[in-house]
Every structure is written in structure tokens, then in C-alpha cells.
Design a protein around this ligand. Structure first.
Ligand code: DGL
Length: 269
């Protein structure tokens, strides 16, 4: 493994692009590989063993593409599979978790709201966070069925997306939440609409930039930070058909890019 190898990033779908853009900002010289498992999204309503099997198969694929480090750009996959991935793959693995800690440190009202998938909120990881910080502040948990699908369809501001967000955000405000944690990597793409609904005084917390900094630290500590002077490249794969994947990844990445079909991953059939 050398510092010139690429970094592998994956999500249940296109949400992890919100993390990828922060990684690109933080590490402009690194080559990046991205897998959107959109053919299986949403993970939030799938059993843990399936999410784990998908995560293993995708990391195997990224390793076959010579990835030197992995970013699990999915809170749901982190909750279901992070221990297994770390036990199985001997390379730096950086993972997401809802940013309860900074939210708890910065709330003034003492009430924070967490938007996430049902399975993230039911995970042991989340339970640990809840127990650790829930004594200092009120943590309101809000599962958000349907939101991942809206982002997968590239609908960031239509009526149905707005109606879902109002249904999820307004009750948090009524209960005095002044801080909203985006506990799913699809949701930063909805941040402008969340801001519109919540108003200017509510803090919206997206941990992606902190994850990108953590990745830089891990690469530096392991001698894997790229020293290449040129701008890094990006390659994209999806388990959805290219005609579906291409337009939405191009929309969210804000560039016309090519999306390759993720090769068959028989472990999950
Ligand atoms: N982006 C994933 C996450 O961070 C979405 C999970 C899903 O597909 O339900 O949790």
C-alpha cells in the first residue's frame, strides 16, 4: 500500500457525496473512488445482516481497486457493520456517527433534535451516544422514512420533500430544539430546505467536514497522505442502472461525470 493509492468511499446511495465533497475540499490531491449502493437503498429499512453483507462486498470491491483507506459515508452502514469491517480489513477505516457531541456542547436551549434513519437510531452505536450525552441535554430522536428516497430521486426541494421535512422538523421546534443534527449523509443535500423550515436561529450540524479532517489525520498517522502535486481524480460506481445513477450523481456532484456499474457482488444474493 502506498500514499499514491486512492481512498475508497461508500454509502447506501448518493448521500455520501456530501462527505465526498468535504473530502475533496480537505484533500485536493487525493484520488477518490465512490460507490453508491443505490440498487439497495434505502439501507434504513433493511435487516442488519443484509447491510453488513453489502458493506463487506463493497469494501472488498474498493480494496480490489487498490483503496488505501475506506470512509464509510453512511451512518446506517456504520451502525450495522463497522465492527465487522474493522475486524476484517486491515486498513484505516473512518466512519460516520450522528454529531451528538458537538450539538450537546453548543445548544443553548438544552434540546437537540436528531434526524436519522430508523436503523441508525436503533443501533448500539446510537444507544451509546444517547446514554453518554442524554443526561446533559434533551435528545429528541426523529426517524425520517422517505427522505433518502427523495434525495436518491434528486428531488431536493419539491412539494413532497418539503411536506416530509415539515412533518419531521416542526415537532422538534415545537419542543424547543435549537440544534438539529443531520444523522444521515443524504440530509445535507436538504439543508437549504431544512434551514427555510427551521429559520435562521436553529443550528444545523453536519459532521462531514470533521470526518474529512479525521481522514486526513488517519492518513498522516499511517504515512498514507498523498504527496502528489497534481489535482486528484474521482471515479464513481453505482449498483443502480447507469441511466438512473448518472443524472443524480452528476446533479449532486455538480459536474457531468461518468458512472460505472458496480460489478456483481454475489455474497449478497
Ligand atoms: N446515507 C445513509 C446514512 O447516512 C442513508 C441510509 C439509508 O439508505 O437508509 O444513514
Amino acid at each position: 500500500m502506498t500514499a499514491a493509492n486512492p481512498i475508497g468511499v461508500f454509502d447506501s446511495g448518493v448521500g455520501g457525496l456530501s462527505v465526498l465533497r468535504e473530502i475533496r475540499r480537505e484533500l485536493p490531491g487525493e484520488d477518490l473512488l465512490y460507490v453508491a449502493d443505490s440498487g439497495y437503498a434505502p439501507y434504513g429499512d433493511k435487516p442488519g445482516h443484509l447491510i453488513e453483507a453489502r458493506s463487506i462486498a463493497i469494501v472488498e470491491f474498493l480494496v480490489s481497486q487498490r483503496a488505501k483507506a475506506i470512509v464509510v459515508a453512511c451512518n446506517t452502514a456504520t451502525g450495522a457493520a463497522i465492527e465487522t469491517l474493522r475486524a476484517r480489513f486491515p486498513l484505516p477505516i473512518v466512519a460516520m456517527e450522528p454529531a451528538i457531541k458537538p450539538a450537546a456542547a453548543s445548544t443553548r436551549s438544552g434540546v437537540i433534535g436528531v434526524l436519522a434513519t430508523g436503523s441508525t437510531l436503533a443501533s448500539e452505536n446510537f444507544e451509546r451516544l444517547f446514554t453518554r450525552f442524554g443526561t446533559d441535554v434533551d435528545i429528541l430522536i426523529q426517524p425520517c422514512p422517505g427522505l433518502v428516497e427523495q434525495v436518491e430521486a434528486g428531488d431536493l426541494s419539491g412539494d413532497q420533500t418539503r411536506a416530509l421535512l415539515e412533518q419531521y422538523v416542526l415537532p422538534l421546534l415545537e419542543r424547543q430544539a435549537d440544534t438539529i443534527v443531520l444523522g444521515c449523509t443524504h440530509y445535507p443535500f436538504l439543508a437549504p430546505l431544512i434551514r427555510e423550515i427551521a429559520g435562521p436561529s436553529v443550528a444545523i450540524i453536519d459532521p462531514s467536514a470533521a470526518i474529512a479532517r479525521e481522514l486526513r489525520r488517519r492518513l498522516a498517522d499511517t504515512g498514507l497522505l498523498s504527496r502528489e502535486p497534481h489535482a486528484g481524480t474521482e471515479h464513481f460506481w453505482s449498483s443502480a442502472t447507469p441511466d438512473k445513477a448518472q443524472p443524480v450523481i452528476s446533479q449532486l456532484w455538480r459536474a457531468g461525470i461518468e458512472v460505472w456499474s458496480l460489478p456483481d457482488t454475489p455474497a449478497c444474493r
